[in-house]
Write a protein that binds this ligand. Structure first.
Ligand SMILES: [Zn+2]
Ligand SMILES: [Zn+2]
Ligand SMILES: [Zn+2]
Length: 292
């Protein structure tokens, strides 16, 4: 579900809440919204009590974690909850593809909804503590997110102080040998951002094989780093992870986003190794502490 992006008029539909695109908590249909699921959209104008109940239930059942008491939770009702009216349209074909836009209350076919911003809530999380590479503040929570340098969702920390987002190091030991195997992008997509020839990520974006990295890269991704940085990224084996290896994918994300902050890839690769080792030690220490 996304906000409207095209001007093409499409038929307005009204949801009853019984569609299986919704999760239902306490009889209230709810759907995550926003690129990083930072919001919840519930049908109807919810009471304060229902906002709290639905937010708690959604996180427990869908994400498997509890919301912890925090100032952000105290602020949920007064500052992060909005009663709105929405117009919804369905995409072509896929029933899960639908969009909404806010409307005025008396718009034809507008239906009441409650938008809850859950972005800043504090969750119980089994993430291993990791220090923000930009400002040093520790983070103890992670979320699934899309970031630069690698296709698909990864696990990220996000700094509450400076908002920098960085890939979480996996909590198991580092593999010292790296095999150079090249995943094949059968659909001709850009290796890093996954844009497609028919669906470019930006105007004039073209995808072609990059001789330095040995992968298809789109114009925008290639332009995000100067050639010497691409060379250095390739030298530390960026982009050679097997597609199934989550650890190496996280490393790719790390190398790329550190390069975007001006950290030389060789230095970033060393920092990553240290982080993986440290994370494994922290995870092991915690396991020992909780099983004793
Ligand atoms: Zn920070
Ligand atoms: Zn790209
Ligand atoms: Zn592109």
């Amino acid at each position: 579900m996304t906000a409207f992006t095209d001007a093409e008029p499409r038929a307005i539909i009204s949801f009853t809440g019984t569609e299986d695109i919704f999760d239902t908590h306490y009889g209230i249909p709810v759907n995550p919204t926003g690129l990083e699921s930072e919001g919840l959209l519930a049908l109807g104008h919810l009471t304060d009590r229902h906002v709290l109940a639905v937010t708690n239930a959604h996180n427990r059942r869908v994400w498997g974690h509890r919301i912890l008491p925090s100032r952000e939770l105290d602020d949920l009702i007064p500052f992060s909850t909005k009663h709105i009216w929405i117009l919804t349209t369905r995409g072509d074909g896929d029933p899960y593809d639908w969009e909404y836009e806010e409307a005025v209350a008396d718009a034809e076919q507008a239906q009441p909804a409650t938008l809850i911003n859950v972005e800043w809530l504090v969750y119980e999380d089994d993430a291993v503590q990791s220090e923000c590479p930009a400002c040093g503040k520790p983070s103890r929570s992670t979320r699934g997110a899309v970031g630069p340098g690698r296709t698909g969702w990864g696990t990220y920390h996000r700094c509450r102080a400076c908002h920098h987002q960085w890939p979480a190091a996996p909590a198991y030991p580092l593999r010292l040998e790296r095999e150079r195997t090249w995943p094949v992008a059968g659909d001709g997509s850009c290796f890093a951002c996954h844009c497609l020839p028919d669906f470019p990520c930006s105007d004039g974006c073209a995808i072609r094989p990059d001789p330095v990295i040995g992968q298809r890269l789109c114009t925008r991704c290639r332009n995000q780093h100067p050639p010497e940085i691409w060379q250095q990224l390739a030298a530390v084996a960026y982009g050679t992870a097997r597609q199934s290896d989550v650890r190496d994918e996280q490393r790719d994300r790390w190398l790329y986003s550190e390069a975007l902050r001006g950290i030389p890839p060789a230095q970033a690769a060393q920092a990553w190794s240290r982080r993986v080792t440290q994370t494994a030690q922290r995870a092991a220490a915690r396991t020992t502490a909780t099983t004793v």
